[in-house]
Design a protein around this ligand. Structure first.
Ligand SMILES: Nc1ncnc2c1ncn2[C@@H]1O[C@H](COP(=O)(O)OP(=O)(O)OP(=O)(O)O)[C@@H](O)[C@H]1O
Ligand SMILES: [Mg+2]
Length: 478
C-alpha cells in the first residue's frame, strides 16, 4: 500500500513537472486522443490560437476550430493515416473567426502498436506572414526633396549633402531627434537616385522581438529543425532598391553583427539556409541619438557605425534652426487649409512670438500637429490665436514663463561664485532650496507639492530625506 502511494505521488510529481515544462517552451503543443479529443494544450498554443484552455480541453478539435475546404487538420490526418508529417503550413480559424497560421510537426502516438492519439508541435507564423504582407503593400514612397521645407543655412546644407548621396549607392546613416524629417530625407534620397523605380522598403527595428526581425530581414528557409517555411526577407524584397532600417540603435548587437556581414559581403543567408544569395540593396539607417553616445552605451557597434556612416547626415533639431519656423508655419497652414477647406491666413503676433521660444522637442512633427490641432477648433477665423493652441502646448509655455529667467541665473552666478564648486553640489543646493520653497508655499502638503514639482509623492519624500529637509522647520524661511 505504501509503495503504491509512493508511486502515485511520484507520478503526480513528474506530471506536474511535465506540465510546467510544457508551459514554458516556446512552441505550441496540442495533443488529442484517438477520437480527436484534446488532452494536452499548452500555454504557447493558447497564445497562438487566442483561446482559453477550457474552450479546447476535452473537446473534439473539429468542434472548436474551422478548417478551409481544401485543408484538413494535420492532427486529424495523423489519426486517420497514422503518418508523421513535418513542417506543414496550416491556416485555419479559431472560434472567434480569427485566422491563424502555424507550421506543424505532427506525430501519431502508438502504444503496443495501437494508435492512441496524436500530438502537434506548432510554430507561430501568423505574425511573420502579416508583417511580410504589410511590407509588400508599403512599397511606395511619397516624398522627394521638393517636400523638404526650410531656408536656414543649416537645413540647406543638410539637403545639399543628401542630394549628393543620390549619385551613389553608398550606405547612409541619418541622425536626428524624433520628428526632424529622417524618413522624409531617406525617401527623398531613394527617389532622387537611379533606384527610384525599384522598391523602397522601410522597417522599424525597435518594434519587433529579435528572432522575428531576423526572419523578417533575411527571410527563412524551410527546414526540418527550424520549423520554418520559405519566406522572402525584406533584403530580397528590396533587391535593386533601398531598405530603410529605422531606429538601428534598437537592433540587438548580435543582429548588428549579422547586418554588418551582409553590408560587407553584399550577400544574405536566409535563417536556416546554408546558401548565400547575392543582393544589391542600398541600406539607409536612421537613429535618433548621437552615434557616439550610442556606441558608448552599447547600443551601436562601432564597426557597423563605420560601415554604415560612409555618408552621415545630421539633421539638427528645430530649436537650433528657428529661421525655418515661419516657412514651415506657412506650409502647414496651406496644407490644412486645403485639407479642411479653410481660409486661415496667419498666426497672431503672440502665437508667433511664442513659437520662437518654445522648445519643440517633437520638432517639425510637433509643429505640424499643433497647427493641425489649432485649425481643428477654429470656425471661420483667419488668425490662429493663443487660445486655439492645444492645452499641452499652453501649459508647457506657462511653465517656461514661470521659470527663473536664464539671465537672472547668469547674473547671480557671475556675481556670487568663484566657479570652484562642483556642479553636483551646486545643483543639490538649488534642489534643496527650491523644494523647501515649494513645500513652504503649499503648507507642506506633500501631494500638492509633488504635483507642482512634477514628481511622484514617493520621489518627493525620498528627496526630502536625502536632502535633509526637515518638516519640523516647516515655517522657517525657505
Ligand atoms: N523639413 C520638413 N519639411 C516639411 N515637413 C517636414 C520636415 N521635417 C519633417 N517634416 C514632417 O514632419 C513629420 C515627421 O517627419 P519624419 O517622419 O520624417 O520624422 P522622423 O525623423 O523620421 O521621426 P521619428 O524619429 O519619430 O521617426 C512628417 O509629417 C514630415 O513630413
Ligand atoms: Mg521616422
Amino acid at each position: 500500500m505504501e509503495n503504491t502511494n509512493k508511486a502515485i505521488h511520484y507520478l503526480q510529481y513528474i506530471n506536474g513537472m511535465y506540465k510546467r515544462i510544457l508551459d514554458k517552451i516556446d512552441v505550441g503543443v496540442h495533443a488529442v486522443d484517438e477520437t480527436g479529443k484534446t488532452i494536452i494544450y499548452n500555454k504557447k498554443m493558447m497564445q497562438m490560437e487566442s483561446m482559453d484552455i477550457q474552450d479546447v480541453i476535452n473537446k473534439n478539435l473539429l468542434d472548436v476550430f474551422m478548417f478551409k475546404d481544401d485543408q484538413s487538420s494535420t492532427l486529424v490526418k495523423a489519426l486517420q493515416d497514422g503518418n508523421e508529417t513535418s513542417n506543414v503550413k496550416q491556416t485555419y480559424f479559431n472560434n472567434k473567426g480569427h485566422e491563424i497560421t502555424t507550421i506543424n510537426n505532427t506525430i501519431p502516438i502508438y502504444h503496443d502498436d495501437k494508435l492512441q492519439g496524436a500530438v502537434e508541435i506548432a510554430k507561430d507564423v501568423t505574425k511573420l506572414e502579416r508583417l511580410l504582407k504589410e511590407n509588400l503593400n508599403n512599397k511606395g514612397t511619397r516624398f522627394t526633396f521638393d517636400n523638404i521645407i526650410g531656408k536656414s543655412q543649416t537645413i540647406l546644407d543638410v539637403i545639399e549633402g543628401a542630394k549628393r548621396a543620390t549619385r551613389t549607392s553608398s550606405y547612409v546613416l541619418i541622425v536626428g531627434e524624433t520628428g526632424t524629417g529622417k524618413e522624409l530625407f531617406a525617401q527623398s534620397i531613394h527617389n532622387g537616385s537611379n533606384r527610384l523605380s525599384a522598391p523602397f522598403i522601410s522597417q522599424n527595428c525597435a518594434a519587433l522581438p529579435d528572432n522575428l526581425i531576423e526572419s523578417l530581414l533575411f527571410g527563412t528557409k524551410r527546414g526540418a529543425f527550424t520549423g520554418a517555411v520559405d519566406t522572402i526577407g525584406l533584403f530580397e524584397q528590396a533587391n535593386g532598391g533601398t531598405l530603410l532600417l529605422d531606429e538601428i540603435n534598437s537592433l540587438n548587437l548580435n543582429l548588428q553583427a549579422k547586418l554588418l556581414r551582409v553590408l560587407q559581403e553584399k550577400t544574405i543567408r536566409r535563417v536556416g539556409d546554408t546558401k548565400d544569395t547575392p543582393i544589391d540593396v542600398r541600406v539607409i539607417a536612421n537613429m535618433n541619438e548621437d552615434p557616439i553616445d550610442a556606441i558608448a552605451n552599447n547600443r551601436l557597434r562601432k564597426d557597423l557605425y563605420y560601415r554604415l556612416g560612409v555618408v552621415t547626415i545630421f539633421i539638427p533639431p528645430l530649436r537650433e534652426r528657428i529661421e525655418d519656423i515661419p516657412i514651415l508655419i506657412e506650409h502647414f497652414i496651406e496644407k490644412y487649409n486645403e485639407r479642411f477647406n479653410m481660409n486661415v491666413m496667419r498666426l497672431s503676433e503672440e502665437v508667433r512670438q511664442s513659437f520662437f521660444e518654445y522648445d519643440w522637442h517633437g520638432n517639425v512633427r510637433e509643429l505640424e500637429h499643433i497647427i493641425e490641432a489649432a485649425m481643428n477648433i477654429m470656425m471661420d477665423e483667419e488668425v490662429i490665436r493663443y487660445n486655439h493652441l492645444p492645452y499641452h502646448y499652453r501649459s508647457k509655455m506657462q511653465i517656461k514663463e514661470r521659470m527663473i529667467p536664464l539671465s537672472t541665473v547668469d547674473t547671480f552666478i557671475t556675481e556670487n561664485s568663484d566657479a570652484a564648486v562642483p556642479l553636483k553640489d551646486q545643483m543639490e543646493l538649488f534642489e534643496k532650496s527650491y523644494i523647501k520653497y515649494v513645500l513652504n508655499k503649499n503648507n507642506f502638503n506633500i501631494s500638492r507639492s509633488a504635483n507642482l514639482l512634477g514628481l511622484s509623492r514617493q520621489s518627493l519624500q525620498y528627496r526630502m530625506k536625502k536632502l535633509k529637509i526637515d518638516t519640523k522647520n516647516r515655517f522657517e524661511d525657505a
